[in-house]
Design a protein. Structure first.
Length: 121
């Protein structure tokens, strides 16, 4: 519900970059990816505790982000705060993507070479 008012204000200011992606859709994608990683890495008997702890941290981060965003918006104005948010998001993506892609390549299972002894010729 909190994202609805922000989306309305972002639509009222078309020259400001829209920050609705991390508010809803991006958060859902990240939540699914993070949940899959936790399920793969955490032992089964600790999985409930790990997921509950993760939900508490995500909720606390949302509250802290809302408070920090409001304070920044009051300090520098709404438009500069949204531009700053867009710049921070692009920088974070640029810094996080290369190591994540390298790790994904390392974890990828290589395709087995075809067995040449089964050749019917």
């Amino acid at each position: 519900m909190a994202g609805t008012s922000f989306r309305a204000s972002a639509q009222a200011m078309p020259d400001v970059p829209s920050a609705t992606w991390p508010d809803g859709e991006g958060g859902a994608i990240a939540n699914v990816a993070l949940g899959a990683a936790v399920v793969a890495d955490v032992p089964e008997h600790l999985l409930g505790r790990a997921m509950a702890g993760l939900q508490v941290l995500m909720a606390a981060a949302g509250v802290a982000g809302a408070l920090a965003g409001g304070a920044l918006g009051d300090r520098v104005g709404v438009r500069p705060a949204l531009w700053l948010l867009a710049l921070v998001m692009l920088t974070a993506t640029a810094l996080a993507a290369p190591p994540a892609l390298r790790a994904a390549r390392r974890q990828a299972t290589p395709v087995a070479a075809p067995d040449e002894t089964l050749d019917p010729a």
